[in-house]
Design a protein around this ligand. Sequence first.
Ligand code: AMP
Length: 363
Amino acid sequence: MRIAILGCGQLARMMALAGWARGHRFSFLAEPGEDPAPVEGLGEVVVAEPNLSPELLYRALGRPEVITPEREQLSAELLNGLAQLAPVYPDGRALTLTQHRAREKTFINEQGFATAPWQAVDPHTDLDALGDLLGWPLFIKSCEDGYDGLNQWRLDGPGKAPKLNPDIEYIAEGGVAFERELSLVAVRGTDGSVACYPLTENRHQGGVLQSSLAPAPSLPEGLQAKAEQMAHTLMAELNYLGVLTLELFLVEEQLLVNELAPRVHNSGHWTQSGADTCQFENHLRAITGLPLGATRALAPSAMVNLLGVTPPAPELCPGAKVHWYNKGVRPGRKVGHINLNDANEHSVRASVDRLVDALYGNA
Ligand code: AMP
């Protein structure tokens, strides 16, 4: 099939690499000035000039049979315009909800699922009083355009309020003393069937994912089923198609939803060598109407992000599978990742710690 991906970064690259193996052809949408190097050689790249109508864009993308977004920050107008010409999965409703933190959290709470305590704030809000109410540390996050720790502040106590921009919407969240951060990568197909990968344990540095371990070791009994139930409910309510990722906090055996990502996810990269069917193939299966592939973990697996660094010497990490995104290396920039598999969770965790220490010195 001819598939257009709205984006041209590493997720687009990995979707296309998985799709080429199945005979699909791709085109990509780049923002003006965006470097399309990750998808170089994988299909036509169209630049989203502001004067392009949906019809012209659709034609420039090669009249795709299906369209899929790589990121959530796309305009509803663009998504709805394209949806008149070809199916867009996941659709404009899912993206409009998940691109705005207040809308997203309202939706999650309405479905009966817990989040950190939160409230919309503006430059007039007394953040010191709110911190006492919601709990310190207080996290201030912009509603839109905030990811990987961007547009966020962590206030550890009163008297530290940042200057908020009156033109931007924000929420404040009470700090959650989580034991672990987990994620669930789930996929829903055209027949409404849902498949979920094992819960993944994620470690962040400065708000950015540094490593993942899957299946997450030693989870409380029934937690996987609880997470899957959440995914079923959220996806059915949205009539969702494709991969949806739930970013979760584990607190006293309960799951709080931190965020939803309407796409393949960094914490699912381990599936490329650790699961029956990788997340990229399953997303493509879902949006092209094929039955979903099995999501079982084949072995204890891990992923370490390459953030502004090149891969270490091979002898440091035998068996490491390096995925390079064809991007220039800049401090902190996601330029690749390494997947690891091992016989048991202890040895795979030890390999992750060794690798993280070698790359960043903070294992
Ligand atoms: P986010 O951009 O919302 O995914 O936040 C990035 C990271 O900041 C999360 O993965 C957590 O490590 C941390 N974080 C965000 N919100 C909270 C919170 N309410 N309580 C504790 N940690 C948080």
